[in-house]
Design a protein around this ligand. Structure first.
Ligand code: KG4
Ligand code: ZN
Length: 329
């Protein structure tokens, strides 16, 4: 009988304000612990990169220890370490990268680097078999830093559209700030709009640029000009058209590229209205991450190692992070 190889990896994600550590065994998440810094940044209304980096440095070793214990293993059981290379904030990425690189060196194991956006793109398939991943698909990444529409072919991603101004998550958070919500505004607006039926009460304008690019600055100004209207109606109207813009482009891409599959990832993919609208698109099969894997998490980084092994690279001792990486593997 052939012996099944057991491969245990630890993954580290510090691209923004979450310190997240996960342990995966043969592609299955056996433990994940995430420390969110939201409370530390909320009083500033957004993430302060230097503070974020300091908090990552302060917490990362304790989190590694806790996650290893929670998984019921020791550091010596690890076969390799996988870390986010970019995109993200330079000084927060560096904390995770340096820890991963040096810990792997000390343990005499390999260290691999993963693109954060590709982590989001494979996040619906965490704990799932590789076989269910469509070879060709439309991919929508919606997060605090990105709004990207891409075409996936095997393990390559061709970006066909992205935002010309703010990312959608960023707009949610800025709109939240405009109406005095706590940071991050995204999940709170989701809830308020839900309670108001997600309707466009105030006739907020729908932006629809040519081709596949997105723009949210007009909508942001519209909210600013209407900020004294009823809050529920205002936020419901905002969300209705913010999501409509995504749906229009997704439909257009499905048609133009004649594809049957849609993959979504990123923090905003946790949004209930977006999920409902995506599920309502006819004649396509959509893959959405579980809500815990929609927002930044380390499991999605380790998951890329198991789903796309041939395409990820080892971290060399001279390597540094890449804060402006797009969807290259
Ligand atoms: O992917 P993510 O955790 O971090 C980045 O890579 O940027 O995304 C964070 C973003 C924030 O802007 C947050 O407000 C937004 O995702 N977000 C949401 C929801 N949950 C998180 N936006 C709308 N509705 C939600 N339920
Ligand atoms: Zn992200």
């Amino acid at each position: 009988m052939q012996k099944k190889i057991i491969e245990i990896i630890m993954s580290i994600e510090t691209s923004c304000d979450d310190t997240s550590i996960a342990i995966l065994r043969n592609g299955i998440v056996i433990s994940q612990i995430t420390h969110s810094q939201t409370e530390n940044h909320s009083k500033f209304g957004g993430v302060i990169p230097e503070l974020a980096a300091r908090l990552h440095s302060k917490n990362i070793f304790n989190l590694i220890d806790l996650t290893i214990k929670d998984a019921g293993i020791t550091l010596n059981d690890l076969n390799s370490i996988v870390v986010t290379e970019g995109p993200g904030l330079i000084n927060t990425l560096q904390v995770g990268f340096l820890v991963a690189k040096n810990l792997a060196y000390a343990l005499n194991i390999k260290c691999y680097k993963v693109n954060h956006l590709i982590g989001h793109a494979f996040s619906p398939f965490i704990n799932e078999s590789k076989e269910i991943i469509p070879i060709k698909a439309v991919v929508l990444i919606v997060s605090g830093g990105h709004t990207i529409l891409a075409i996936k072919r095997n393990h390559q991603f061709e970006i066909i559209g992205s935002t010309r101004d703010d990312a959608i998550g960023e707009v949610y958070d800025k709109v939240g700030k405009l109406v005095d919500l706590e940071y991050p505004g995204g999940p709170i607006i989701d809830q308020i709009a839900y309670e108001n039926g997600n309707r466009n009460f105030l006739n907020a304008p729908i932006t629809n640029l040519e081709k596949f690019d997105f723009s949210y600055s007009g909508l942001k100004s519209w909210v600013l000009n209407h900020r004294y209207e009823n809050k529920g109606e205002l936020l419901s109207s905002f969300q209705n058209v913010a999501i409509e813009q995504l749906i229009i482009k997704v439909n257009k891409a499905i048609k133009k590229y004649d594809l049957k599959y849609l993959i979504i990832g990123g923090g905003v993919s946790a949004n209930r209205y977006l999920r409902k609208r995506i599920r309502g698109i006819k004649n396509i099969y959509s893959f959405l991450p579980k809500k815990i894997y929609a927002v930044d998490n380390a499991a999605m980084i380790g998951n890329v190692y198991f789903k796309s092994k041939k395409n990820i690279k080892e971290v060399l001792i001279t390597d540094d992070v890449k804060p402006n990486l797009l969807m290259e593997i």
